[in-house]
Ligand binder design. Structure first.
Ligand SMILES: [Zn+2]
Length: 255
């Protein structure tokens, strides 16, 4: 707690007043831009690598940046993630949902080891809420990963996007730059788009192009941020050269 209390004192002296000014500015005209789902990993600080500020994003974090599929819930109730989608997209009329995965994700590393049946046994799941969470809500990511593995990581995967008719194709790590667990992390990130779209209360907005779904991926070791380009069918590093084409694609696909 030393680190936290000392940090609060520092904030109190240096940052607090500026933040209060920002709170005042957004109070009467709140216009959050995105609901941002990411991992709870301590290295993931999404407001820092997106340079966003007070009032910009609703951030939801959990182990492995998962959004459970609606089929797991009767009446779509009883979990944080759909409630956050409703608060963001319906109550606050936010038009973009972003799912952001990352490299060396401990949850994804664990998910990868859950391919071992013993490791994923019911007994082990009872003892570990984390294993249970991953087995229940990331099983489809693992299935897609195994599908890709069976083709030696060469064939593309297909994911459903905003509507069942709107699918996109993805080549996962075609340059073979990342570890096997990182490939799983990228698949998992894209699978969550499909899960977001499973909620009935978002259906109309998704069908009328009032709500758009995006995937980002953060490389912890280089600090590079990738955007999943449906046009290029892969994660593309966001930099000075690619930013303009990425924005053009976003405008074309999502306006
Ligand atoms: Zn993680």
């Amino acid at each position: 707690m030393d680190r936290i209390i000392r940090g609060i004192i520092k904030y109190h002296h240096h940052t607090r007043l500026g933040m209060v000014e920002q709170f005042k500015r957004v109070r009467d005209n709140p216009a959050p831009k995105a609901v941002f789902f990411t991992c709870m990993d301590s290295r993931m600080i999404p407001t820092r690598f997106t340079e966003t500020n007070v009032g910009d994003m609703f951030v939801v974090r959990n182990a492995g940046n998962l959004i459970p599929h609606s089929q797991h819930f009767v009446n779509e109730a009883f979990t944080t993630e759909p409630a956050a989608l409703e608060l963001g997209c319906i109550v606050n009329d936010i038009k973009h949902v972003i799912v952001c995965g990352h490299s060396d994700c401990k949850a994804m590393n664990l998910l990868h080891s859950l391919q071992d049946e013993e490791y994923a046994s019911v007994d082990n799941r009872r003892k570990s809420p984390l294993r249970a969470w991953l087995c229940r809500h990331a099983d489809t990511s693992l299935e897609k990963f195994q599908q890709l593995k069976s083709t030696n990581f060469t064939e593309p995967l297909t994911f459903q996007a905003e509507t069942p008719m709107r699918k996109f194709v993805a080549y996962i790590d075609p340059d073979n730059k990342f570890s096997i667990e990182d490939k799983l992390s990228q698949i998992n990130c894209l699978q969550q788009i499909q899960n977001v779209a499973s909620y009935g209360f978002l259906k109309r907005r998704l069908e009328t192009h009032d709500l758009h779904l995006h995937a980002l991926w953060f490389d912890i070791y280089t600090g590079d941020v990738y955007y999943f380009s449906r046009q290029r069918k892969r994660f593309v590093e966001i930099n000075d050269l690619t930013a303009r084409p990425i924005l053009k694609e976003i405008r074309r696909y999502y306006s």
